[in-house]
Design a protein. Structure first.
Length: 146
């Protein structure tokens, strides 16, 4: 039941739990690096790092940011959404996505965008249930910088 959860800003004291949640999705990142990344995100005015707090502590987090674009308009982009595996399908992810959509509307965004790895079929079904549509595939390119 989502009434048991409070959406709040993440703090550096959440870093250990964020690292644990990240590991559940296969992103094994050390605590020091999580602290560094979170602190950097928190310094960016257009970025939002929020968590879902339950009586037992932090059970999910979401990172999203404003993306102004000349050709596409202004979007809010969900960079990461991680819900504890034991609480998936309990409404926590929906609660956090509703929060993103509220913030996006308040900032005058035209849409909320996100990407999800191809093998995460349950996540895809979740986003579709929330009204998100799968866009035609495009190629993503990445260059690691030395």
């Amino acid at each position: 039941m989502t009434a048991d959860y409070v959406v709040r800003a993440l703090t550096l004291s959440d870093a250990e739990r964020i690292a644990e949640l990240n590991t559940q999705l296969g992103y094994d990142v050390g605590l020091s690096e999580i602290r560094t990344r979170l602190a950097r995100v928190q310094r960016q005015a257009a970025h939002h790092a929020m968590g879902a707090e339950a009586p037992q502590g932090l059970v999910a987090f979401i990172h999203f940011f404003e993306r102004p674009s000349i050709e596409k308009g202004f979007d809010m982009v969900v960079q990461a959404l991680v819900v504890d595996g034991t609480l998936r399908k309990a409404g926590v992810g929906r609660l956090l996505m509703q929060h993103v959509e509220q913030v996006a509307r308040s900032k005058g965004c035209d849409a909320v965008a996100l990407s999800s790895r191809a093998h995460r079929q349950e996540a895809h079904a979740f986003y579709k249930r929330l009204g998100y549509e799968l866009l035609p595939a495009s190629n993503a390119f990445l260059k690691r910088l030395p």
